[in-house]
Design a protein around this ligand. Structure first.
Ligand SMILES: Cc1ncc(COP(=O)(O)O)c(C=O)c1O
Length: 399
C-alpha cells in the first residue's frame, strides 16, 4: 500500500465531490492552455474586449484608492451603485427596481448566475436552456444539483431558441428557462416577438426565467429587448447584467442581478456567506461607468461593428458559412465543409496556422460543426487571421 498520505486517504474516500466529478473543465480554458507555449498566435479565442477600460472609469477607481476606499461594502453592494443601477434600468428599459432590495451587486455575471441558480433550485429541478450556450450554464445547474435540459438551436433558425421547443420539454420538475441573448457563442439576438412567445410559455407553465443580458449594449443595427419588460414578466424574471463586456471591464469583476425581493434575498444569503461583497474598487468604477460611460460604449460598438462585418464577410468568402451575428462580439461559422470535428479543426488551425478559435463543442453538442471566432481584436489581426484560415481551409476542403 502507498505511503503517500493523499493516496491513502483516497483508498478510504473520494477526494472530490460527485457533483464536481460529473462536470468537465471548461473547453475554452483547456484549449487555451495549448496557446501559452506558442509564439505568433493570433487569438480569436477568449471572449474579452481588446480595449482597456475607458480612462475616466479607471481614474475614478484610482481616486477612490487615494481617498482610502479599501473596505468591505454592504452585502448588496454600495448604495450609490444600486441607485445608479436602478436609474440605469429605468432609463433604458422603463423598469422599476428598488435599490433597497431588488438589486444585488455581484462578482461578475458569473457569480450572479451561480447565485440565481442555487437560490431557486431543489435537487432534481430542471432548467431549460439553448444548445449551444455559454459554457457556465449547464455546469452551474449541475453543481446546484439540478438537471440542464438542452434545446437544440441551429444556423437555419438563426440560433434562436423556439418557444414551442421549450414547451415540449416542460415537465413538473421544470423550474426555470435560462436564456442569454445577445448570445455567446453565436452572436444571435432574439426579436421582441419571439421573446414574447417564450414569456407566454413561462407564464402558462409557471416557470421562472433567468435572462443573462451581459451583451445587452453590444448590438448592431437591432434593438436589444430586456426580457423583464415582457408583459407580466418582471416579477418572475431574474435579470442578470454586468460591466465586463459593455465597458471593457472584465478584470474588475462586477455584475448584478435584478429580481423580485424574495429572490434577491435568497441570492444575498448565499452571497453574504460565500463572497461577502464585490470589490469596492470595482464598484466605484461601475458607478462611474453608469454615470458617464455611454459615449465610450458607442465608440467601442462602432469599432466592433466594423470588425464584425469584415469577419463575417471574410468567413463566408473562405467558404465557412456564417450567419450574421447581430450582437455580442462573436462569429460562429460552420466548419462542416472541412469534414473535421470542431475540436480537430481548432487544434489543427492552431498548430498549422497559429490562429486560435474555440471549438463549438465547448458550448454543448449543438455547437459541434462550428467554431467561435471572437472579433474583439484589431482589424489587422482579423485580416491576417482570415488569410491564414483561407490557406487552411483551401488545404483541407473536402470535395
Ligand atoms: C453569456 C455570458 N454570461 C456571463 C459571462 C461572465 O461574465 P462576467 O465577466 O461578468 O463574470 C460571460 C463571459 O464570457 C458570458 O459570455
Amino acid at each position: 500500500m502507498s505511503t503517500n498520505p493523499l493516496e491513502q486517504l483516497k483508498t478510504y474516500r473520494n477526494l472530490t465531490s460527485q457533483r464536481v466529478s460529473q462536470i468537465s473543465p471548461s473547453g475554452i480554458r483547456r484549449f487555451f492552455d495549448l496557446i501559452t507555449s506558442m509564439d505568433g498566435v493570433i487569438s480569436l479565442g477568449v471572449g474579452e474586449p481588446d480595449f482597456v477600460t475607458p480612462w475616466h472609469i479607471r481614474e475614478a477607481a484610482i481616486y477612490s484608492l487615494e481617498k482610502g476606499y479599501t473596505m468591505y461594502t454592504p452585502n448588496l453592494g454600495m448604495p450609490e451603485l444600486r441607485h445608479e443601477l436602478s436609474r440605469y434600468l429605468n432609463d433604458n428599459y422603463n423598469l422599476d427596481y428598488d435599490p433597497g432590495g431588488e438589486l444585488l451587486i455581484t462578482v461578475g455575471v458569473s457569480e450572479a448566475l451561480d447565485l440565481a441558480i442555487r437560490a431557486i433550485l431543489n435537487p432534481g429541478d430542471e432548467v431549460i436552456m439553448p444548445d449551444p450556450c455559454y459554457v457556465s450554464y449547464s455546469p452551474c445547474v449541475l453543481l446546484a444539483g439540478g438537471a440542464p435540459i438542452m434545446v437544440p438551436t441551429n444556423q437555419e433558425n438563426n440560433f434562436e431558441i423556439s418557444a414551442t421547443d421549450i414547451e415540449g420539454r416542460v415537465t413538473d420538475r421544470t423550474k426555470a428557462i435560462l436564456i442569454g441573448y445577445p448570445a455567446n457563442p453565436t452572436g444571435a439576438v432574439m426579436t421582441r416577438d419571439k421573446l414574447a412567445q417564450i414569456a407566454e410559455v413561462a407564464r402558462r407553465n409557471q416557470i421562472l426565467v433567468i435572462s443573462d443580458e451581459i451583451y445587452a449594449r453590444l448590438v448592431y443595427g437591432v434593438e436589444h429587448t430586456c426580457f423583464a419588460t415582457m408583459p407580466e414578466m418582471k416579477e418572475t424574471t431574474i435579470l442578470l447584467g454586468g460591466f465586463s463586456k459593455t465597458y471593457a471591464m472584465t478584470g474588475w469583476r462586477i455584475g448584478y442581478a435584478a429580481a423580485t425581493g424574495e429572490i434577491i434575498a435568497a441570492m444575498t444569503k448565499i452571497h453574504q456567506y460565500t463572497m461577502l461583497c464585490a470589490s469596492i474598487t470595482g464598484q466605484v468604477a461601475a458607478i462611474e461607468a453608469l454615470k458617464s460611460g455611454d459615449s465610450s460604449i458607442s465608440e467601442m460598438v462602432e469599432e466592433y461593428n466594423k470588425r464584425r462585418m469584415v469577419m463575417v464577410k471574410g468567413l463566408n468568402d473562405i467558404g465557412l458559412s456564417c450567419f450574421e451575428p447581430k450582437g455580442a462580439f462573436y462569429a460562429f461559422p460552420s466548419i462542416k465543409s472541412t469534414g473535421m470535428t470542431s475540436e480537430k479543426f481548432a487544434e489543427r488551425l492552431l498548430i498549422e496556422e497559429k490562429v486560435a478559435v474555440v471549438p463549438g463543442s465547448a458550448f454543448g453538442q449543438g455547437g459541434e460543426g462550428y467554431v467561435r471566432c471572437c472579433y474583439a481584436t484589431s482589424l489587422a489581426d482579423i485580416e491576417e487571421a482570415l488569410a491564414r484560415m483561407k490557406r487552411f481551409v483551401t488545404k483541407h476542403q473536402v470535395a
